[in-house]
Design a binder for this molecule. Structure first.
Ligand SMILES: [Zn+2]
Length: 363
């Protein structure tokens, strides 16, 4: 009887060992499988840190959004205007600067969005499709008559100003009369120069912003000016046109080297920068970004540039206003960086959201 019991126990423990081994094996196989099958693009981690998370529903000060677009490619503009105004109300955005393009696109957008001049300011682009500068200036003056209060977004990612043939950059002699006319009409101009540094880097496993970089990549366009070169063309224009107020958008695409933007701001009093579309980048370097933004608090303006959704605005407030750490906003911020709040001081926040923009808009 005792022998039988011993045999039974032995068998039982053997079975347990077999079960444990097979479970461990299974876990190993499972992990190895995930390593081999989970694609980075599908990786959507959620923070489990028990740290303060303080979502911000409304901007702390009535904000002026200095960088937003009318819907490109048509659609129901009345519906879009209603959506924009509703989001602005819910998020505490007092005024939006809306880039509306040129020609028919401008006319259509201005006719709808221009109905709310207290809330929405329509700006026009620059038309380079005809003879520059003559027809560019003619179209500018026409748009101003229809209500344009500024110019933007005018883009050169290194291949030349969008729409210009033959290619030319901001410092081209043909641009001189255009930029002087803009000053004469008391209009600010929003310029997009180059793109973030990661877009020029090799598209491989070391690229810190690989997925966004792949989408906007410039490394495969060897004939364009590189970031430093295209920024130099803006410098040429800043030097030649001190009366013209330039707002270089997206931190002048210098979020990888904010001191470079700082040096430009030191040198050119006619230069401002908007922080649109880059809050999720500097959320990776919140302490350094805060130092920079406090130092240059008179020269930076708030902007969004990412559609009219509530989560989009609220992610920007979360980053600028709080010191929360390690959060994600996958619905609006696809950087793959864990985000941390920059936590600007009240004084700087007020200038960023409002006071600096008012100064620019009054000119
Ligand atoms: Zn934009």
């Amino acid at each position: 009887m005792k022998k039988l019991l011993m045999k039974g126990l032995l068998l039982l423990s053997l079975c347990s060992v077999i079960i444990l081994v097979s479970q461990a094996q299974q876990r190993q196989i499972g992990e190895a499988g995930l390593q081999d099958t989970l694609l980075l693009k599908d990786y959507r981690p959620q923070s489990i840190f028990k740290t303060p998370q303080t979502p911000v529903l409304k901007a702390k000060y009535p904000a002026i959004d200095m960088h937003m677009h009318a819907p490109r490619g048509g659609g129901d503009l009345n519906k879009a205007a209603a959506e924009l105004l509703k989001s602005m109300d819910e998020c505490g955005i007092g005024k939006t600067i809306l880039f509306c393009g040129t020609g028919k696109a401008f006319d259509n957008a201005a006719a709808v969005f221009g109905k709310y001049p207290d809330r929405i300011e329509v700006w026009c682009g620059l038309d380079f499709s005809g003879s520059v500068p003559t027809s560019t200036i003619a179209e500018l003056e026409r748009c101003v008559k229809l209500g344009a209060r500024g110019v933007g977004e005018v883009t050169d990612k290194g291949a030349g100003l969008r729409g210009a043939t033959p290619p030319m950059h901001f410092d081209d002699a043909r641009m001189d009369p255009v930029l002087e006319k803009i000053a004469e009409l008391n209009l600010p101009i929003n310029v997009h120069v180059g793109d973030p540094r990661w877009m020029y880097e090799p598209m491989d496993s070391t690229n810190d912003l690989l997925f966004e970089a792949l989408y906007f990549r410039l490394d495969n366009k060897p004939d364009i000016l590189n970031l430093e070169q295209v920024v130099a063309t803006l410098e040429g224009a800043l030097k030649k046109h001190p009366r013209t107020t330039f707002v270089a958008c997206h931190f002048l695409n210098q979020t990888f080297d904010l001191n470079r933007l700082g040096a430009m701001l030191d040198k050119y009093p006619n230069l401002y920068s908007d922080v649109s579309q880059r809050e999720s980048y500097v959320a990776a370097i919140p302490r350094f970004a805060k130092q920079f933004m406090e130092k240059y608090s008179n020269r930076l303006v708030y902007g969004t540039d990412q559609g009219y959704s509530l989560p989009m605005y609220r992610n920007t407030f979360h980053i600028w206003e709080t010191l929360d750490e390690h959060f994600y906003a996958w619905d609006v911020a696809n950087t793959r960086f864990a985000l941390s709040g920059v936590g600007l001081s009240d004084a700087t926040l007020k200038k960023l959201y409002r006071d600096n923009a008012l100064r620019i808009l009054k000119k």
